[in-house]
Design a protein around this ligand. Structure first.
Ligand code: ZN
Length: 209
C-alpha cells in the first residue's frame, strides 16, 4: 500500500500525545528502529518529556504514547527543572548483563499496580542520543532498572510479564479491572479499535522507519 508521506507527517505533528493504558494494542507492539531524526522528532521528544512530568513518571517509552518507534526517555529525578538528568535513548541495545536484584516497579500504563521485579543489576548498553551521537554506558542501580523497564516496552513486554507467579497472582484483580475498563472505553468509542490502531502505526512507520 502506498502511503502519503505528508499525511503521515501531519499525523505525527497533530498527534494529541497521551499515555495509553493497558491493554492498548501499541503496548504489545514491537517497535521499529528509527532512520531519521529531524526537528519534528525533537519536538515530539520534548512533548513526551512534558507528558512524563505531568504524569509523574521517571521514564516513558514510545509505545506508551502510541508511537511505533524504538526509543525512550528517562529522567530519574522526575523533575522538569533538572534538564541535565534528561536522557533520550534511540535504537538502544543491551550488550551485556551482570548480576540480578529485586525492587518495586510501577508503570504509567498500568496505574495502581506496583510489584517487585527481578532485573539485571548491571548492564552495558549502546544507543544514539538526539544529536545522533553513539553513547555506550555501563548502568547500575535505578538507572539500570529504568533502562531495562523501558527497553522491555519497545519489545511489547510489560513489567507484569516478568513477575513470579505468586506476585502476578497478587495483582491479577487490578490487571483484570484495567482490561475491563479499557474494553468499556472501546465500546463507548473513546478508545480506537485494534485495526485502527495498527493502521495508524503503519502510517507513522512509513514516515520514520
Ligand atoms: Zn512502563
Amino acid at each position: 500500500m502506498a502511503i502519503d508521506r505528508k499525511t503521515a507527517r501531519n499525523a505525527e505533528a497533530d498527534m494529541d500525545l497521551r499515555v495509553v493504558r493497558y491493554p492498548h494494542p501499541t503496548l504489545r507492539y514491537k517497535s521499529k528502529p528509527i532512520r531519521r531524526v529531524d526537528s519534528d522528532f525533537r519536538a515530539l521528544v520534548g512533548r513526551m518529556f512534558e507528558l512524563m512530568y505531568e504524569e509523574r513518571g521517571i521514564g516513558l517509552a514510545a509505545n506508551q504514547v502510541d508511537l511505533p518507534y524504538r526509543f525512550f526517555i528517562i529522567n530519574l529525578s522526575g523533575d522538569p527543572t533538572q534538564k541535565d538528568e534528561e536522557f533520550v535513548f534511540i535504537n538502544p541495545e543491551i550488550l551485556s548483563r551482570k548480576g540480578s536484584e529485586e525492587d518495586t516497579e510501577g508503570c504509567l500504563s498500568l496505574p495502581g499496580i506496583n510489584a517487585v521485579v527481578r532485573r539485571s543489576a548491571e548492564i552495558d548498553m549502546v544507543a544514539y542520543n538526539l544529536k545522533g551521537e553513539e553513547i555506550q554506558w555501563r548502568l547500575k542501580g535505578l538507572f539500570a532498572r529504568a533502562f531495562q523497564h523501558e527497553y522491555d516496552h519497545l519489545d511489547g513486554t510489560l513489567f507484569i510479564d516478568r513477575l513470579t507467579p505468586t506476585r502476578r497472582w497478587a495483582v491479577a484483580d487490578r490487571v483484570d479491572d484495567l482490561a475491563s475498563e479499557y474494553a468499556g472505553r472501546v465500546i463507548a468509542g473513546s478508545e480506537p479499535r485494534e485495526e485502527d490502531v495498527l493502521r495508524r502505526l503503519a502510517e507513522l512507520e512509513a514516515l520514520r522507519v
